[in-house]
Design a protein around this ligand. Sequence first.
Ligand SMILES: [Zn+2]
Ligand SMILES: [Zn+2]
Length: 87
Amino acid sequence: MATVNVIEPSQIEDDTANHFVNSETNPSNCPCGWYIYTSNTCRHRYVEQPHKCGNRRTPSGKIGFCKSPAPRHLIRGTEVNENCKHC
Ligand SMILES: [Zn+2]
Ligand SMILES: [Zn+2]
């Protein structure tokens, strides 16, 4: 059985960097996109964490995804130690 790394909800933002996918569907092959975490306790989808590489800004000056819709990546091997918000 594959080992699953279980993290706390507060660690998700930092953990995303461990799973970056440089998607060829992005303009510069950057890791922009949604990173989807599963709950280790209820087995549902826990959160879709956005990552924006910082190369693109929206007209209002905020950092945006390089491509819309951004690619979505289901994270395997790391799960979150809390039930999803529907449970
Ligand atoms: Zn990007
Ligand atoms: Zn759930």
